[in-house]
Design a protein around this ligand. Structure first.
Ligand SMILES: C[S@@+](CC[C@H](N)C(=O)[O-])C[C@H]1O[C@@H](n2cnc3c(N)ncnc32)[C@H](O)[C@@H]1O
Length: 746
């Protein structure tokens, strides 16, 4: 049984037209017969009413009180009822396969959500543990077509004709303003449902007790050929755990989800909606990105640009995996399969089609059927998505024209992946390390920053200020975790004294220490001046050989002028050390007439040397300044720099962040001027973004798990038409949220 043998809802697929014995029943209405045999398969005479505004439109109540556990009543048009009549004799394709020997769940009180469902035994991933039947089905055009009172009368008749009306009438309600109880119950508990091609709503009384979560542990598996559903576990569910499903599409950002859920009269407090600000922002960012990329795929298909479509589709696949939306993983494999099919690469298409099926089977979304793969591939050739394959809602309607996929630039060595990833020989594409993205892994995977995090004291005014308007300007800095208090973070940064702003950096810059107890991204507050005017450009690094922190900077002690002004003198790089970040040894001069020190220890477990590698800015070899140097987990070397192409072009920004890399610090170095590491646009978690006038002094904060994953990017930034500047900290990838969660900053 199943879709392969009977199908009245739409035209039968070509392959099935030989099924000549099968006929759909003719429409029946209130004018036909007076005995149950005349109304078969319905047990009650249809009660019909013409639509208020369009007398040619007729709706009837169709009931079969023997269907399922409590009967079914459908309010719909006679043609739709005729089409769906065969669904009454059908069972869930493949059967329910529900293990009823030990009950798997119970309905319990669950304040403040009303009732809810909990697991009473362990439920395995992909297990179907509940089955239910549609009990009231309502054509969505009915309420609009009817006078309210008449509409309510038919809703009550539908409920009364069930074998157990109380099972429906006792369900939860959510609207304080509801005029009618049945209408409120349907509004609170129904799923949207397509019957005969028209939008309906369907009520499943048992499933209706399951509450919502945005990252649910179960889903409802519908059948296209019967009124049954089953509820299947997305993952293992433990005894006592609440069983949840999602009432809304699972790929929307939080605000949209909250808005959609208000229809059910509650504010969602599930774990995804109440996660830390950074996690919510990261999740929203991925979801918005998925939506934007879906648009890109559609646009690229419209423009017959297969390369862009495939690239965007791959990116979506990575994002839905990261965001853990299993249904979308399956549909994304199918999207890729369809794209490759259109491009004539049937081998790759078949591989992805199989992966899509495997993912669906793995989740319990479909049962195994040997003819699935050929049916799905056949569906790829059809102009419209046909109904002969058991699919999810795929968001794409594919253009029927063939289009070409041009080979991507690909990679042949890890250098092609900027040494920030590896070149996969099978895929001939880069697999980027966490924190990096783009075809050549040279772009930081930046996530939205939080406004007023980092160190932003540009709104400060002090009695000692010579000038108002620039606040306590600062200019980039280093994040350091306190050695004895893991939840305390220090930022060692340059701060301009007396409110003199960035323009007065020389001679007003001081080196200060600020503290954050709210995580590495801050916000930081001033704690201590480490070196007074004039000291600038601190880079602070832990030296394992010394067992101390080393602070490299430029500057000299001067008498602070008493008006804001700019002064010029040669720079000297000096170094100081500290065990606790609070008390520092006097600075010792290292190098004359150079600036921007970038140290990194050459120490490793095999070679426990005290030697430091010190990069400086001297000749602008790469049209760049502000180097930040590091060695990665593979022992390769990298720089992040302020790319001066903007200044060369007589502009500030937007192309400000560049990356250079080498296998050995002696070189040869490759300066990547193709893909930017970052630019001057910063997205914020409040949904706004800022295009900065200047964004310089890059520094990275890395994970402490040995993987050298970049977790935060620190920059000195200045907005357009402002004399103040501040230190911006932007999270990178999912690692920032994970790092904060591990430390208990939720
Ligand atoms: C389909 S019913 C779920 C079962 C319902 N709790 C009951 O008592 O019958 C939907 C209603 O449950 C409540 N609900 C479901 N999920 C919830 C959640 N995540 N947070 C708060 N209330 C929720 C809301 O009142 C919503 O209108």
């Amino acid at each position: 049984t199943g879709i392969g043998t009977k199908h009245c809802l739409t035209d039968p697929p070509h392959a099935l037209r030989h099924d000549a014995q099968f006929r759909c029943p003719p429409p029946i209405d209130e004018s036909i017969g007076s005995q149950p045999v005349d109304w078969s398969p319905w047990t009650h005479q249809p009660d019909c009413v013409n639509a208020e505004k369009d007398p040619s439109l007729k709706y009837c109540v169709y009931s079969n009180s023997r269907h399922g556990d409590q009967g079914i009543s459908i309010i719909t048009k006679p043609k739709t009822a005729a089409d769906s009549a065969t669904m009454l004799d059908e069972e869930f394709p493949g059967g329910h396969g529900i293990n009823n020997t030990t009950p798997s769940y119970a309905v319990v009180d669950m304040p403040p959500k009303g009732k809810g469902v909990v697991a009473t035994r362990k439920i395995a991933r992909a297990e179907a543990f509940m089955s239910d039947w549609a009990t009231v089905v309502l054509d969505l055009s009915f309420p609009k077509a009817m006078q309210q009172q008449v509409g309510h009368q038919y809703l009550h008749l539908a409920a009364e004709q069930l074998s157990d009306p109380d099972k429906v009438l006792g369900l939860g309600r959510s609207s304080a303003k509801a005029v009618d109880i049945v209408e409120d119950i349907l509004g609170t508990n129904s799923f949207s449902y397509t019957l005969g091609g028209d939008s309906h709503m369907a009520l499943y009384p048992e499933v209706a007790r399951i509450n919502h979560a945005c990252k649910p542990n179960a889903f409802v598996r519908f059948s296209a050929t019967s009124f049954d559903v089953k509820v299947v576990a997305f993952r293992d569910i433990e005894v006592g755990e609440e069983i949840t499903i999602s009432y809304i599409p699972m790929n929307h950002p939080r605000e949209r989800r909250q808005r959609d859920l208000r229809r059910w009269g509650f504010e969602c407090k599930c774990s995804l909606c109440t996660a830390s600000k950074t996690d919510v922002a990261a999740s929203d960012y991925r979801r918005e990105k998925i939506a934007a990329l879906q648009e890109d795929v559609l646009k690229a298909i419209g423009e017959l640009d297969g390369t862009t479509a495939v690239r965007a589709a791959y990116e979506i696949l990575e994002l839905v995996k990261l965001e853990d939306i299993p249904t979308m993983v399956a549909s994304q494999y199918e999207v890729l399969a369809r794209l490759f099919w259109k491009a004539g690469d049937t081998d790759t298409a078949t591989k992805y089609a199989q992966q899509s099926l495997d993912t669906l089977m793995d989740m319990g979304y479909i049962d195994y059927r040997a003819d699935d793969l050929p049916l799905l591939l056949k569906d790829f050739n059809s102009k419209n998505m046909s109904c002969n394959w058991r699919k999810l809602d795929i968001f794409l309607l594919f253009a029927s024209l063939a289009f070409m996929i041009t080979p991507s630039r690909g990679c042949s060595t890890d250098e092609d992946c900027s040494l920030n990833g590896i070149c996969s020989q099978t895929k001939q594409a880069c697999i980027c390390d966490a924190g990096w993205r783009a075809e050549d892994c040279s772009e930081l995977d930046l996530y939205p920053a939080t406004r007023w995090s980092g160190y932003n004291h540009t709104n400060a005014t002090g009695p000692d200020f010579y000038k108002e308007g620039a606040g306590n300007s600062s200019w980039g800095g280093h994040i350091i975790q306190d050695p004895s208090d893991k939840k305390l973070f220090h930022l060692i940064t340059s701060q301009m004294a007396h409110g003199c702003g960035l323009a007065g950096w020389r001679p007003f810059s001081t080196i200060i220490r600020a503290e954050s107890r709210t995580g590495p991204a801050g916000p930081y507050t001033f704690a201590q001046t480490l070196f007074s005017t004039f000291h600038h450009n601190p880079t602070t690094i832990y030296s394992p050989a010394d067992g101390k922190y080393l602070l490299y900077c430029i500057g000299r002690d001067i008498v602070t002028p008493d008006t804001c002004q700019s002064q010029k003198f040669n720079n000297t790089i000096s170094v100081s050390s500290s065990a606790d970040l609070r008390s520092w040894e006097p600075l010792e001069a290292q190098l004359e007439n150079v600036t921007n020190p970038a140290p990194w220890p050459l120490w490793s477990t095999q070679n426990q040397t005290r030697a430091m590698l010190l990069a400086v800015e001297k000749n602008n070899i790469y049209t760049a300044e502000d180097p930040f140097l590091w060695r990665d987990k593979r022992g390769h070397w990298h720089f992040l720099v302020h790319y001066l192409v903007d200044i060369d072009l007589g502009l500030k920004g937007p192309r400000v962040g560049a990356h250079a890399y080498a296998r050995h610090w002696r070189g040869p170095w490759t300066f990547n001027n193709r893909t930017l590491a970052y630019n001057t646009t910063v997205e914020f978690t409040d949904g706004t973004s800022t295009v900065y006038y200047r964004r310089e002094r890059p520094k990275l904060y890395f994970s402490d798990d040995g993987s050298m994953t970049p977790v935060y990017l620190v920059n000195g930034v200045q907005e357009f038409n402002r004399s103040g500047s501040y230190t911006l900290i932007q999270p990178i990838g999912t690692s920032a949220g994970e790092y904060e969660r591990k430390l208990g900053f939720v």
